[in-house]
Design a protein around this ligand. Structure first.
Ligand code: F1P
Length: 346
């Protein structure tokens, strides 16, 4: 994945010209709304894209579960762009959702991993993630690749619409090029996370909290744990905790908080205090060099600093490793989890 990411960045970033984007550039520039349809992990990548596109390109974005969208009567017009995201390119719900949007005249842009897949063929244009085959059923590197493509897309649109300055764009491109090295570094947390997993391998529940760009990461961390270790887990925006989930917190509840250095850092620190006051067991993902949170959390893992808009690419890694180690310790088959199919075609 790191090699393919480097390859993609070299391919696309020279002039920020995503091949599949070029022919539809004007449509994206003039879009009054972008609708994203996807399922599972791909839906979480779509949620990151909502933050990216609204932040950098200032186009309103709606992110829809394809599995629900197809069964309602959504308002779609030929002025809409629908982005369908799918690792396998064969997910029946996503295919049906995009066909529905297409029948109402929307332009369909696909982000798939599998070249020539059904979804890729049904789109008007698109970008392949080229992440190589997912060996297991649960998506991991596909998420990283999808977010990379979506970040490039948001930057392309932002640049063309004039909502992203050249200086900021250059900064982000430099940062994006440093991501493979930062991901490599985050992967070195493996042994440390294995040790943490030992403590939590037998718990029945987990809570994941994140704000801003780390909110979809909290959802993805919880999904990975459910999918491969069969532990019940919920992801929430950290600020939503006080509206219900806080009732769950006691000395038996592990709470994973993604608390990297960004614009919501101070607020996440207060969320951690709220969890601590109720004796929740805090596992915090922080930015290297943080000194505040380590004094409050039971376990801390440090990831390299990156720009807020790219942070999911780095902060998701320790959560994937946590799910992996817990699953292995519980004797679960991480590549072939029960009840899950690589592509859900019904
Ligand atoms: C969607 C998805 C995956 C999940 C599992 C079931 O797949 O929900 O995210 O890990 O494999 O399918 P896709 O449309 O991205 O191929």
């Amino acid at each position: 994945i790191l090699d393919s990411m480097r390859g993609r960045l070299e391919l696309e970033s020279g002039h920020l010209n995503m091949a599949g984007f070029r022919a539809y550039e004007q449509k994206f520039v003039n879009a009054h709304r972008i609708i994203i349809v996807a399922c599972g992990t791909s839906w979480h990548a779509g949620l990151v894209a909502e933050y990216l596109i609204e932040d950098l390109a200032r186009i309103p974005v709606e992110v829809e579960y394809a599995s629900e969208f197809r069964y309602r009567n959504p308002v779609i017009s030929e002025r809409d762009i629908v982005i369908a995201i799918s690792q396998s390119g064969e997910t029946a719900d996503t295919l049906a959702a995009l066909e529905l949007a297409k029948s109402k005249g929307a332009t369909i842009f696909g982000i798939c991993n599998v070249v020539g897949s059904s979804i890729a063929r049904a789109t008007d244009a698109g970008a392949y993630t080229h992440a190589g085959p997912e060996i297991g059923v649960a998506s991991t590197k596909a998420f990283t690749a999808q977010v990379t493509v979506l970040a490039l897309l948001a930057m392309c649109i932002g640049q063309r619409r004039g909502t992203l300055s050249d200086t900021k764009l250059r900064e982000l491109m430099v940062e994006l090029h440093s991501i493979p090295t930062k991901v490599e570094k985050a992967l070195k947390l493996d042994a440390e996370i294995q040790r943490i997993s030992e403590t939590f391998k037998d718990v029945p529940n987990f809570l994941y909290l994140g704000r801003g760009y780390n909110f979809p990461v909290a959802l993805e961390g919880a999904l990975k744990l459910k999918e491969i270790s069969y532990i019940h887990a919920e992801g929430y925006p950290a600020a939503e905790m006080k509206h219900g989930p806080i009732a769950l917190i006691d000395e038996n509840m592990p709470v994973v908080v993604i608390a990297t250095r960004d614009s919501s850092y101070e607020k996440v620190v207060s969320n951690i205090q709220e969890v601590k006051a109720r004796k929740g067991r805090i596992i915090a993902v922080v930015t290297e060099g943080d000194t505040t949170i380590p004094a409050m959390a039971e376990f801390v893992v440090e990831v390299p600093y990156t720009s807020e808009v790219l942070v999911p690419l780095v902060s998701v890694i320790p959560l994937q490793l946590l799910s992996y180690h817990i699953a292995v310790m519980r004797g679960c088959n991480v590549d072939q989890p029960r009840n899950l199919a690589k592509s859900v075609t019904v």
